[in-house]
Design a protein around this ligand. Structure first.
Ligand code: C5P
Length: 228
């Protein structure tokens, strides 16, 4: 065992929409016995609170206030509770998809969500997935992965996932258009744009199975943190 200090381990997993981050983060966390912290789900929760309270996606200060006041917790099975309500399904609604990037653009909203992430990560070892984890939220993360795949493959995965979850799905071309638009919004915004951290390990998931990629990540983590 190489690790001798007792500070919690943070593994950052960043990348664009549909690259496979959630599945990978979930499985990596399970293999290592870490908590899975899905930061995109927290931004989605703020977007949902905004929709329910009729707050415009452009109103950063009011959205940040909703974010700060909310209690947000992940259960051990990865469900997201907001003020005690399980919103795991509600945050995946198309209405939330449509506004979340606009909600996530506001610096005060990002500050509030970052606070929630720091609080959750303070309790133990975590795999944190998002867009700005290795660059902004946890630059001190011991290991940083940047997961990517081609736009076409990401659109295809999203399409299959939606079809399984919701039945009625927009055409594949429309999903691809939405992904390109989300990539553009996430990587060109002024605060915390999506970018590869200098010390990140690049993982391309195009044409590879989840099992292959998770195995590669587990080996890297073991070697870096626990190899003697
Ligand atoms: O990961 P997911 O696609 O669920 O994230 C939803 C949205 O939340 C992203 O498109 C992005 O706008 C925002 N997000 C962010 N920073 C993160 C995670 C997600 O801005 N760390």
């Amino acid at each position: 065992m190489k690790r001798s200090d007792s500070s919690p381990v943070i593994i950052a997993l960043d990348g664009p929409a549909g690259a496979g981050k959630s599945t990978l983060a979930q499985q990596l966390a399970r293999r290592l016995g870490y908590v899975h912290l899905n930061s995109g789900a927290l931004y989605r929760a703020v977007a949902l609170l905004g929709l329910r309270n009729r707050v415009s996606p452009e109103d950063g200060p009011r959205l940040a206030e909703l974010a700060r006041q909310a209690r947000m917790e992940f259960t051990s099975t990865g469900r997201l509770l907001v003020n005690g309500e399980d919103v795991t399904e509600a945050i995946r609604a198309p209405q939330v998809d449509a506004v979340v990037s606009r909600v996530a653009v506001h610096p005060p909203v990002r500050e509030a969500v970052t606070e929630h992430q720091r609080r959750i990560a303070g309790r133990g070892n975590v795999v944190v997935e998002g867009r700005d984890i290795g660059t902004v939220v946890f630059p001190e993360a011991q290991i940083k992965f940047y997961v990517d795949a081609s736009v076409e493959e990401r659109a295809r995965r999203r399409y299959l996932q939606l079809r399984q979850e919701q039945g009625t799905v927009p055409p594949l071309e429309e999903i691809e258009r939405q992904i390109r638009e989300r990539d553009r919004a996430d990587s060109t915004r002024e605060t915390s744009p999506l970018r590869v951290a200098d010390d990140a390990i690049l993982v391309d998931t195009t044409g590879r199975t989840v099992e292959q990629v998770v195995e590669e990540m587990v080996q890297i983590v073991r070697k870096r943190l626990y190899a003697s």
